[in-house]
Design a binder for this molecule. Sequence first.
Ligand code: PMT
Length: 406
Amino acid sequence: MDFNGKRILLGVTGGIAAYKAAELARRLIGCGARVKVVMTRSAQEFVGPLTFAALTGEKVATAMFGPDSDPLEHVALGQEVDAIVVAPATANFIGKVAGGIGDDLLTTIMLAATRPVLICPAMNAEMWANPVVQGNLARLKGRGLLVMEPAAGSLACGAVGLGRLPEADLIVEAAARLLCVPDLAGRQVLVTAGPTHEDFDPVRFLTNRSSGKQGYALAKVAWRRGADVTLVSGPTNLPAPYGVKCVAVRSARDMQAMVKAHFPEVDVLLMAAAVGDYRPTQVEVRKIKRAHEEMAFHLTANPDILKQVAAMKSGQIVVGFAAETHDLEAEARRKMREKHLDLIVANDVNRPDSGFQVDTNEVTLIPRVGDAVPLPLLSKEEVAAKILDQVVALLESRDGDHAKDA
Ligand code: PMT
């Protein structure tokens, strides 16, 4: 995550999770952000301002009035920063913001704020379930504030349930959506990722080396840039990206069903999955026994998902990948033609630092119309950003054409 040059106001309110905000401040700074902390009076009962001052290198703002306070801070702070993150946000704070009450520095900053806001509630499970709290959160969401769901687990009160402050990494991930240019806002994006598993019997299957990293990176970056993202993923060991709707599948035919079900609703399909081209013709109900020195199996071709859905296109931008060991660009162009794609990502999988499993990738972006763009070796998130730049341009030109036709 790169928050270089970004300024974040971190509001800390009075819950037991206030101590976790110190780790969050550290993570945000680790991503390159400058962090200004504003604490409520009750937050200071749980953790001292000195902790945050030491971590951020900035004076912590704690009060509207007093010898150390700046008379204009309550207006200026929420307008000068790039984003506001409140973690933890108590039920009391949420209620005040929903009701337009500004009775301390942080709530007054919220009243005057013009910057995007992320609210990270943390409270007792009953408080969280209280319809008044839920109603207040709905009002905040309705005003465009981003509200995180708390995590489930054991709470400070001894109960187990929803109410824990999400992990710092997840909050950082959510904050990224506030800091990115929202050039995919309002767009529905469908991404596929990972391998497929094609069963021989109850214990063995045919698969490939895809880890899902490139597809997950696409889903993450598209969400950060404002899209509503659905990720159809084959089996991987990766955590679900924050904010993304995840649909787990196993075989190529499962993936085909899910992609076909979602495709009519989306603006963009990004097909990064390594779909198995074949499956065992017969799936044994019992484990196959070792009996002979050699065994032969028949395989049946799986459906070509991309080709099928591209044929159903009604304005969607369809992006495919081509993982190749030889004749990279020629093979990618052939697949783009045969599958009727708008853009193909030609993926060199020969290098040890590119393609399957690794965190970096070297690809060439080949649009149906226009010149190929070879990219250097980049992180998979950087590759995702470059692909999405082209997708945004394709969407804009599609919207322009629709406007002309209208
Ligand atoms: O997951 P990682 O470890 O991060 O690795 C990333 C990756 C190498 C898997 C990814 O970058 C990539 O190249 N994915 C596509 C791999 C592939 O299956 O390529 P292909 O040339 O076999 O297929 C061409 C396109 O058709 C792909 O978009 C594929 O999703 C699609 N396809 C293929 C077969 C099939 N039956 N149905 C399909 O829709």
